[in-house]
Design a protein around this ligand. Sequence first.
Ligand code: BGC
Length: 248
Amino acid sequence: MKVLGIDIGGTGIKAAIVNTKNGELITERHRISTPKPATPEAVASVVKQMVAHFEWNGIVGCCFPTIVVEGECKHKGNLSKEWVGIKIDTLFKTTCDGLPFYVSNDADLAGLAEVSLGAGKEVKGKIFVITIGTGIGSGLFYNGRLIPNVELGRIYHTNGEIIEKHVADSARKRDELSLEQWAKRFDLFLQHIKTLHTPEMYILGGGISKKFKKFKNFLTVDIPVKPAKFRNNAGIIGAALYAVKKNK
Ligand code: BGC
Protein backbone atom coordinates (compact mmCIF):
# COMPACT_ATOMS: atom_id res chain seq x y z
CA MET A 1 0.00 0.00 0.00
CA LYS A 2 1.13 3.59 -0.64
CA VAL A 3 0.86 6.03 2.26
CA LEU A 4 2.09 9.58 2.85
CA GLY A 5 4.42 9.67 5.86
CA ILE A 6 5.26 13.01 7.48
CA ASP A 7 7.96 13.50 10.11
CA ILE A 8 7.54 16.70 12.10
CA GLY A 9 10.79 17.57 13.82
CA GLY A 10 11.99 20.45 15.95
CA THR A 11 14.01 21.82 12.99
CA GLY A 12 12.57 20.31 9.80
CA ILE A 13 9.37 18.74 8.52
CA LYS A 14 10.06 15.91 6.07
CA ALA A 15 7.72 13.74 4.04
CA ALA A 16 7.55 11.13 1.30
CA ILE A 17 5.17 8.56 -0.06
CA VAL A 18 6.07 5.14 1.33
CA ASN A 19 5.52 1.60 0.10
CA THR A 20 4.36 0.06 3.37
CA LYS A 21 5.21 -3.50 2.28
CA ASN A 22 8.96 -2.95 2.33
CA GLY A 23 9.44 0.58 3.69
CA GLU A 24 10.79 2.00 0.44
CA LEU A 25 10.27 5.67 -0.30
CA ILE A 26 8.58 5.83 -3.66
CA THR A 27 9.05 9.56 -4.07
CA GLU A 28 11.84 11.97 -3.30
CA ARG A 29 11.78 13.23 0.28
CA HIS A 30 10.48 16.79 0.58
CA ARG A 31 11.65 19.04 3.43
CA ILE A 32 10.30 22.33 4.76
CA SER A 33 11.87 24.08 7.78
CA THR A 34 9.80 23.94 10.97
CA PRO A 35 8.20 27.38 11.40
CA LYS A 36 9.37 29.55 14.27
CA PRO A 37 7.49 29.82 16.54
CA ALA A 38 6.17 26.30 15.87
CA THR A 39 2.58 27.06 16.84
CA PRO A 40 -0.25 24.66 15.95
CA GLU A 41 -1.51 26.96 13.14
CA ALA A 42 1.97 27.43 11.64
CA VAL A 43 2.82 23.70 11.70
CA ALA A 44 -0.62 22.71 10.37
CA SER A 45 -0.11 25.08 7.46
CA VAL A 46 3.19 23.33 6.56
CA VAL A 47 1.42 19.96 6.79
CA LYS A 48 -1.15 21.28 4.31
CA GLN A 49 1.68 22.37 1.98
CA MET A 50 3.14 18.85 2.19
CA VAL A 51 -0.16 17.26 1.27
CA ALA A 52 -0.45 19.68 -1.67
CA HIS A 53 3.17 19.03 -2.74
CA PHE A 54 2.47 15.29 -3.06
CA GLU A 55 -1.06 15.89 -4.44
CA TRP A 56 -2.06 13.41 -1.75
CA ASN A 57 -5.61 12.23 -1.22
CA GLY A 58 -5.35 9.23 1.11
CA ILE A 59 -4.52 8.36 4.71
CA VAL A 60 -1.56 10.15 6.30
CA GLY A 61 0.79 8.91 9.03
CA CYS A 62 2.55 11.56 11.05
CA CYS A 63 5.42 11.61 13.53
CA PHE A 64 5.28 14.25 16.21
CA PRO A 65 8.28 15.31 18.34
CA THR A 66 6.77 15.02 21.80
CA ILE A 67 4.41 12.95 23.96
CA VAL A 68 1.24 11.94 22.09
CA VAL A 69 -1.62 9.93 23.60
CA GLU A 70 -4.49 8.94 21.29
CA GLY A 71 -3.61 11.77 18.90
CA GLU A 72 -3.45 14.38 21.65
CA CYS A 73 -0.31 16.38 22.46
CA LYS A 74 0.66 16.07 26.12
CA HIS A 75 3.86 18.12 26.28
CA LYS A 76 5.26 21.11 24.41
CA GLY A 77 8.60 19.37 23.73
CA ASN A 78 10.76 21.62 21.54
CA LEU A 79 7.72 23.18 19.83
CA SER A 80 5.46 25.73 21.55
CA LYS A 81 3.30 25.62 24.67
CA GLU A 82 0.07 26.13 22.67
CA TRP A 83 0.33 22.49 21.58
CA VAL A 84 -0.49 21.01 24.98
CA GLY A 85 -4.01 19.53 24.93
CA ILE A 86 -4.41 19.87 21.15
CA LYS A 87 -5.84 16.88 19.25
CA ILE A 88 -3.15 16.90 16.59
CA ASP A 89 -4.89 14.38 14.33
CA THR A 90 -8.12 16.43 14.33
CA LEU A 91 -6.26 19.71 13.70
CA PHE A 92 -4.42 18.29 10.66
CA LYS A 93 -7.56 16.59 9.37
CA THR A 94 -9.50 19.84 9.53
CA THR A 95 -6.67 21.81 7.92
CA CYS A 96 -6.34 19.25 5.10
CA ASP A 97 -9.99 19.06 3.97
CA GLY A 98 -10.89 15.92 5.94
CA LEU A 99 -7.95 13.61 5.11
CA PRO A 100 -7.55 11.02 7.90
CA PHE A 101 -4.38 11.58 9.98
CA TYR A 102 -2.77 9.12 12.40
CA VAL A 103 -0.28 10.82 14.70
CA SER A 104 2.13 9.45 17.30
CA ASN A 105 5.51 10.17 18.93
CA ASP A 106 8.39 10.35 16.43
CA ALA A 107 10.80 7.96 18.17
CA ASP A 108 8.01 5.43 18.76
CA LEU A 109 7.23 5.49 15.03
CA ALA A 110 10.87 5.43 13.89
CA GLY A 111 11.17 2.40 16.16
CA LEU A 112 8.10 0.81 14.62
CA ALA A 113 9.80 0.96 11.20
CA GLU A 114 13.02 -0.52 12.55
CA VAL A 115 11.35 -3.29 14.54
CA SER A 116 8.97 -4.23 11.70
CA LEU A 117 11.32 -3.99 8.72
CA GLY A 118 14.74 -2.78 9.82
CA ALA A 119 17.59 -3.32 12.28
CA GLY A 120 15.33 -4.69 15.05
CA LYS A 121 13.35 -7.12 12.94
CA GLU A 122 12.72 -10.40 14.79
CA VAL A 123 14.93 -9.37 17.73
CA LYS A 124 13.56 -10.76 20.99
CA GLY A 125 13.58 -8.95 24.33
CA LYS A 126 13.99 -5.29 25.08
CA ILE A 127 15.21 -2.80 22.45
CA PHE A 128 15.61 0.94 22.70
CA VAL A 129 15.45 2.89 19.47
CA ILE A 130 17.07 6.25 20.18
CA THR A 131 16.72 9.13 17.74
CA ILE A 132 19.35 11.83 17.90
CA GLY A 133 18.45 15.19 16.43
CA THR A 134 17.19 18.48 17.83
CA GLY A 135 16.12 16.40 20.84
CA ILE A 136 16.65 12.83 22.03
CA GLY A 137 13.73 10.52 21.25
CA SER A 138 13.31 7.01 22.57
CA GLY A 139 11.12 4.10 21.51
CA LEU A 140 10.94 1.06 23.78
CA PHE A 141 10.01 -2.33 22.30
CA TYR A 142 9.60 -5.64 24.06
CA ASN A 143 9.45 -8.70 21.82
CA GLY A 144 8.54 -6.40 18.93
CA ARG A 145 5.77 -4.64 20.82
CA LEU A 146 5.85 -0.91 21.44
CA ILE A 147 5.60 0.45 24.97
CA PRO A 148 4.72 4.04 24.04
CA ASN A 149 5.93 7.43 25.25
CA VAL A 150 9.11 6.48 27.06
CA GLU A 151 11.04 9.76 27.35
CA LEU A 152 14.69 8.95 28.04
CA GLY A 153 15.84 12.35 26.80
CA ARG A 154 14.00 14.00 29.67
CA ILE A 155 15.85 12.37 32.53
CA TYR A 156 18.02 14.87 34.36
CA HIS A 157 21.71 15.45 33.86
CA THR A 158 23.76 16.14 37.01
CA ASN A 159 23.86 19.83 35.97
CA GLY A 160 20.09 20.02 36.51
CA GLU A 161 19.13 20.23 32.83
CA ILE A 162 17.40 17.47 30.91
CA ILE A 163 19.93 15.08 29.35
CA GLU A 164 18.94 15.85 25.73
CA LYS A 165 20.38 19.36 26.17
CA HIS A 166 23.74 17.63 26.66
CA VAL A 167 23.67 14.67 24.23
CA ALA A 168 21.39 15.59 21.32
CA ASP A 169 22.87 16.49 17.93
CA SER A 170 21.81 20.08 18.58
CA ALA A 171 24.12 20.03 21.67
CA ARG A 172 27.01 18.74 19.52
CA LYS A 173 26.51 21.66 17.13
CA ARG A 174 25.93 24.24 19.90
CA ASP A 175 29.05 23.19 21.84
CA GLU A 176 31.07 22.72 18.61
CA LEU A 177 32.06 19.19 19.66
CA SER A 178 34.06 16.81 17.50
CA LEU A 179 32.27 13.56 16.73
CA GLU A 180 34.54 11.86 19.28
CA GLN A 181 33.76 14.37 22.04
CA TRP A 182 30.07 14.07 21.37
CA ALA A 183 30.16 10.23 21.14
CA LYS A 184 31.86 10.03 24.55
CA ARG A 185 29.05 12.05 26.10
CA PHE A 186 26.48 9.93 24.34
CA ASP A 187 28.21 6.73 25.45
CA LEU A 188 27.77 7.69 29.10
CA PHE A 189 24.08 8.17 28.46
CA LEU A 190 23.85 4.71 26.82
CA GLN A 191 25.69 3.18 29.77
CA HIS A 192 23.35 4.82 32.25
CA ILE A 193 20.25 3.61 30.42
CA LYS A 194 21.78 0.14 30.18
CA THR A 195 22.20 0.04 33.97
CA LEU A 196 18.60 1.14 34.43
CA HIS A 197 16.94 -1.15 31.88
CA THR A 198 19.30 -3.94 30.69
CA PRO A 199 18.16 -3.77 27.05
CA GLU A 200 19.26 -6.40 24.52
CA MET A 201 20.16 -3.80 21.92
CA TYR A 202 20.22 -0.12 21.00
CA ILE A 203 19.24 1.12 17.55
CA LEU A 204 20.34 4.67 16.74
CA GLY A 205 18.38 6.88 14.36
CA GLY A 206 18.09 10.56 13.53
CA GLY A 207 20.33 12.70 11.31
CA ILE A 208 23.58 11.68 12.97
CA SER A 209 22.97 7.97 12.35
CA LYS A 210 24.32 8.62 8.84
CA LYS A 211 27.73 9.09 10.51
CA PHE A 212 27.48 5.89 12.58
CA LYS A 213 30.61 4.31 11.06
CA LYS A 214 32.63 7.35 12.08
CA PHE A 215 31.61 7.35 15.74
CA LYS A 216 30.80 3.70 16.58
CA ASN A 217 34.35 3.01 17.81
CA PHE A 218 33.98 5.66 20.50
CA LEU A 219 31.05 3.77 22.06
CA THR A 220 32.08 1.39 24.82
CA VAL A 221 28.67 0.26 26.11
CA ASP A 222 28.76 -3.55 26.12
CA ILE A 223 25.54 -4.42 24.31
CA PRO A 224 24.98 -4.40 20.52
CA VAL A 225 24.46 -0.90 19.07
CA LYS A 226 23.19 -0.76 15.49
CA PRO A 227 22.40 2.16 13.20
CA ALA A 228 18.79 2.41 12.06
CA LYS A 229 18.47 0.60 8.73
CA PHE A 230 16.32 3.44 7.46
CA ARG A 231 18.61 6.09 8.99
CA ASN A 232 16.84 9.43 9.18
CA ASN A 233 13.88 8.17 7.10
CA ALA A 234 12.76 5.74 9.80
CA GLY A 235 10.23 8.26 11.13
CA ILE A 236 8.56 8.83 7.75
CA ILE A 237 8.39 5.08 7.15
CA GLY A 238 7.14 4.27 10.65
CA ALA A 239 4.48 6.96 10.35
CA ALA A 240 3.18 5.34 7.15
CA LEU A 241 3.15 1.87 8.76
CA TYR A 242 1.30 3.26 11.77
CA ALA A 243 -1.38 4.83 9.58
CA VAL A 244 -2.03 1.49 7.87
CA LYS A 245 -2.25 -0.29 11.23
CA LYS A 246 -4.67 2.27 12.72
CA ASN A 247 -6.81 2.55 9.59
CA LYS A 248 -7.83 -1.14 9.68
C1 BGC B 1 10.77 14.84 23.15
C2 BGC B 1 10.48 13.46 22.62
C3 BGC B 1 10.84 13.36 21.16
C4 BGC B 1 12.26 13.82 20.94
C5 BGC B 1 12.68 13.77 19.50
C6 BGC B 1 12.18 15.25 22.81
O1 BGC B 1 12.39 16.58 23.19
O2 BGC B 1 10.59 14.88 24.54
O3 BGC B 1 9.12 13.13 22.81
O4 BGC B 1 10.67 12.03 20.74
O5 BGC B 1 12.43 15.14 21.42
O6 BGC B 1 11.92 14.61 18.71
